[in-house]
Write a protein that binds this ligand. Structure first.
Ligand code: URA
Length: 247
């Protein structure tokens, strides 16, 4: 997994007319007209092309006033059990219900957790960052503590390290680390995120996960001060750490 520049906003580019309409109450069409009428400038220069790609954190001038998009949001949440990771759900409470409405409307979930899983959940409106953190190809690690219904079989560490073939899948899992904490509690580190992956890996060993908690994403750990259901913004160092390999 690649490192992430400290100023994450430099990584995404956006059309000028899109930026202008997002940063003001102009429609996209009105924004285009304003640009063509030479009312918009970038770094002191009038720009006339609505399709010009600019950094999403660029400050532009419109009618002599500096405008720009609000800084991107990066949040960590201590996900409690019982909430689904979805923007909305017809019957069940979602993690978005824990956020103020204006925040919930902006952010998306980075790497979902099952309804019964607890722990570190990330949310952002920076699509480039969420891709870096969650894309399997980039391999950011995810660390979990799992409680098991049965004693762990001998040799389980090797199965995790060598990769396993899960039910209804053709591709082996990526090498993962398994550390025995007690006979029924383990720490697991994955470098991908398939559907119900931890639960299915233990099912393949004839076991069952009774509780699952995510502790880390990349080099970022869940803040021990956050109680289940609480959330906070990430610091610049944490934004970079989540997109770093971790262990
Ligand atoms: N693996 C699972 O089985 N569930 C999760 O929520 C995360 C990883």
């Amino acid at each position: 997994c690649y490192g992430y520049a400290m100023n994450a906003k430099f990584n995404s580019r956006i059309r000028l007319d899109h930026l202008l309409s997002q940063a003001t109450d102009l429609s996209r069409k009105q924004a285009k007209i304003e640009i063509r009428k030479k009312r918009v400038s970038l770094q002191g220069e009038v720009v006339r092309d609505p399709s010009l790609l600019v950094d999403s954190n660029a400050s532009i001038e419109w009618q002599g006033e500096l405008i720009g998009l609000p800084a991107p949001l990066y949040l960590m949440m201590h996900k409690p059990a019982g909430l689904v990771c979805a923007r909305s759900d017809r019957t069940q409470a979602t993690v978005m219900d824990l956020l103020p409405q204006d925040v919930a409307e902006r952010v998306h979930i980075v790497g979902r957790l099952d309804k019964d899983t607890t722990g570190l959940l990330l949310l952002t409106d920076d699509g480039v960052w969420s891709h870096r953190v969650s894309a399997p190809r980039l391999g950011c690690s995810k660390g979990y503590i799992a409680d098991l219904a049965e004693d762990l079989v001998a040799g389980a560490e090797q199965h995790f390290a060598e990769g396993m073939l899960l039910r209804n899948e053709q591709k082996m899992t990526r090498p993962a680390q398994l550390e025995r904490l007690t006979s029924r509690q383990v720490r697991v580190v994955l470098h991908e995120g398939r559907y119900h992956q931890v639960r299915r890996m233990f099912a393949a060993l004839g076991n069952r996960v009774t509780a699952l908690h995510r502790q880390s994403v990349g080099g970022l750990e869940l803040d021990a001060q956050l109680q289940p259901g609480q959330w906070r913004e990430l610091s610049e160092a944490e934004i970079a750490a989540a997109a770093a390999p971790g262990n």
